[in-house]
Design a binder for this molecule. Structure first.
Ligand SMILES: [Zn+2]
Ligand SMILES: [Zn+2]
Length: 188
């Protein structure tokens, strides 16, 4: 059994948090880490006790949902609420941060941001990170990290595909099935 790396563990945590998002426009999760310890986490959602976009619909102004607090902000605000220092900490976030979150991340003393997906990366956000000397690194969640039966499913799927080919399914159809399987088992 291969041991899960810290990067994968923290990124998996952010992907789990994203599943708690209440704004259907984008599911984002963010985890703040200090000395390899998780000190806070956040997801895209309304203020505590407020109406959720999933129940009341989004409150869209200028093409942005203003009901939600972004995952990165929620994680930072959790630290503010409970008096936990973010100086020198790292953030793992599922999507590249927006300009507003970027400024807050820099201002709170975060020294490194790992993100899984590029998301309308604003050149100004990239510039701000660079000027502040904050390292940004793409950390893609590896296949199967959040699925303990991934390997079994993979071998079962490839066996099924083999049997289908033997059963005389056309090569054109087989190609489509292979492509679909590849999509399911990779994060591409
Ligand atoms: Zn919303
Ligand atoms: Zn943001």
């Amino acid at each position: 059994m291969e041991r899960l790396s810290w990067d994968q563990y923290f990124m998996a945590q952010s992907h789990l948090l994203a599943l708690r998002s209440t704004c259907p426009r984008l599911a984002v999760g963010a985890t703040i880490v200090r000395s390899n310890r998780i000190i806070a986490g956040g997801y895209n959602g309304s203020i505590s006790g407020g109406e959720h976009c999933t129940d009341a619909g989004c409150y869209v102004v200028d093409n942005h949902c203003i009901r939600t607090i972004h995952a990165e902000m929620n994680a930072l605000l959790q630290c503010a609420k409970f008096g936990v220092s973010t100086e020198g900490a790292e953030m793992y976030v599922t999507h590249f941060p927006c300009v507003h979150c970027t400024k807050s991340i820099i201002q709170s003393g975060i020294k490194k941001v790992s993100y899984a997906k590029d998301y309308h990366n604003h050149p100004y956000a990239e510039e701000l990170f660079q000027d502040a000397g904050i390292q940004t690194e793409k950390v893609i969640l590896e296949e199967g990290v959040l699925d303990i039966k991934n390997e079994e499913k993979l071998s079962f799927t490839s066996e099924l595909l083999q049997r289908l080919e033997q059963a005389g399914v056309s090569s054109e159809e087989m190609k489509k099935l292979h492509e679909r399987a590849n999509q399911l088992f990779t994060n591409a």
